[in-house]
Design a binder for this molecule. Structure first.
Ligand code: UD1
Length: 430
């Protein structure tokens, strides 16, 4: 089992290049199998979630090849099965996008029902409601979602809760339905827009993505395309808060500043300096961070995927901060780990009350999920002494070259897989 070992105390300084958005890539890779022609996708992050999804797509018969580290070539003409193995959905929930893609293209799909996960209960009732509204028969049988339709017909669909996954899944199926679909109360996240743009580049007719009403005119077939994925706003945000928490000065490159507004607003409130460029943003923290309150919201609100990273930064800020999680019901698990590093955090339901401390101290902690894992790395970078983080397999799901990018900014961090290597690291860094 690999771990990160970190010696804290160095401010992050320098420049970092952000990869393509993992969550957009998951949807776009799946949508790519909806045409029988060859699709090239660029700016694809090299992270384990994407590699698992590529494997799942390969197993149902599509041809796919990584032409270089960040470019994938896919051809869905050879798909021989519309049934996805549980092994994949267990590893990566977003393989449920294969429901919308296969149902749209073949009018039939069988995908295991994903269970809950480390951040709480995660139903997919809205996805299924959408497919049913499009005329599909949807049953749950032996743990599988089995969906089929003679013909998909456009429909008006109102989503009770704003859901990224349901919006994208329904958008994919509706792209190849007969007639017009309207999705109301749609999610507005940049990856929803990116998936719509990708589908449009294949000949779909989707308007309004990025607003809460998406209008889709179904088409019969989709065609080849070359597409480049948007930058990852969560990876960018993670480095921005890492810069803030370590009192550093980091230029975060290859980003879209507009996507980061909720985060820059908070960093400004916390006393950081922000400089915006066309495709980069510079975060400088000269003094101790100031307290603030934050509540996670669907885009353009503050993202739930950045909640642990801001909480760690606030654990070091002066005064008392309140962090409210309004999207997932169990996303504060990491707070116990943070407390082991000396943070003063009290969780009550979906609220964390944080009394800022002057410093954290290194400890052995374990990463409960992807984003909380990244947040614990930030905590380790600020802490006095050595931090060892277990279960970093979660972090590798979504951050490309995480430790190398941090090392490039002056951090003392190493990926290790034994006690011996931890001891060696300690000797080396003194
Ligand atoms: C996506 C992101 C995830 C992010 C989340 C919220 C991907 C692969 N994952 O997850 O990183 O944390 O958006 O920004 O893009 N809900 C229902 N019924 C449904 C679907 C969702 O009740 O059918 C609820 C969920 O329990 C949650 C809320 O809606 O409370 C939002 O979830 P959703 O936007 O669907 O999250 P995901 O798409 O799973």
């Amino acid at each position: 089992m690999e771990q990160y070992v970190i010696k804290g105390g160095n401010p992050l300084v320098g420049e970092v290049e952000i990869a393509g958005a993992k969550n957009a890539a998951l949807a776009i890779l799946t949508a790519a199998i909806m045409t029988d022609e060859t699709v090239y996708i660029d700016n694809m992050p090299d992270v384990s979630d994407i590699n698992v999804l590529l494997e799942a797509i390969g197993v149902i018969g599509a041809q796919m090849e990584r032409i270089d580290r960040h470019t994938v070539k896919i051809n869905g003409s050879t798909i021989g099965s519309v049934s996805v193995d549980y092994e994949f959905i267990k590893k990566i929930r977003a393989s449920y996008y294969l429901l919308g893609a296969l149902l749209g293209k073949y009018k039939k799909a069988e995908v295991p029902l994903p269970g809950g996960c480390n951040i709480g209960s995660r139903p997919i009732d809205l996805h299924l409601k959408g497919f049913r509204a499009l005329g599909a028969k949807v049953d749950i049988r032996n743990g599988m979602v089995v969906a089929s339709a003679e013909e998909l017909r456009g429909a008006n669909i109102f989503l009770d809760t704003v859901s990224v996954g349901a919006t994208i899944n329904i958008m994919m199926a509706a792209s190849m339905a007969r007639g017009n679909t309207i999705i109301e109360n749609a999610a507005k996240e940049p990856h929803v827009v990116d998936t719509a743009n990708f589908l449009n580049s294949m000949g779909a007719n989707i308007k309004g993505a990025g607003t809460d009403v998406i209008r889709i005119k179904g088409v019969e077939t989709l065609h080849k395309t070359n597409y480049s994925i948007v930058p990852d706003m969560i990876e960018a945000g993670t480095f921005m808060f890492a810069a803030a928490a370590t009192k550093g000065d980091v230029l975060v490159k290859n980003i879209i500043p507009k996507h980061l507004e909720a985060m820059t607003a908070k960093l400004l409130e916390m006393g950081c300096e922000i400089e915006e460029f066309d495709e980069a943003i510079r975060v400088t923290a000269k003094n101790r961070l100031k307290r603030t309150h934050v509540k996670t919201q669907p885009y353009p609100g503050f993202p739930t995927d950045m909640q642990p990273q801001i909480a760690v930064s606030l654990a070091l800020a002066s005064g008392t901060s309140i962090v409210t999680e309004s999207i997932f019901d169990n996303r504060f698990k990491y707070c116990d780990e943070l407390a082991r590093m000396g943070a003063n955090v009290k969780v009550e339901g979906n609220v964390a009350i944080i009394d800022g401390v002057e410093r954290l101290t290194g400890a052995r902690v374990s990463s409960p999920d992807l984003r909380a894992g990244a947040a614990l790395v930030i905590a380790g970078l600020t802490a006095e002494g050595i931090t060892v983080i277990d279960d970093i397999v979660y972090i590798q799901r979504g951050y490309e070259d995480f430790e190398n990018k941090l090392t490039g900014l002056g951090a003392l961090i190493e990926r290790v897989s034994s006690e011996k290597e931890i001891q060696k690291f300690k000797l080396r860094v003194g």
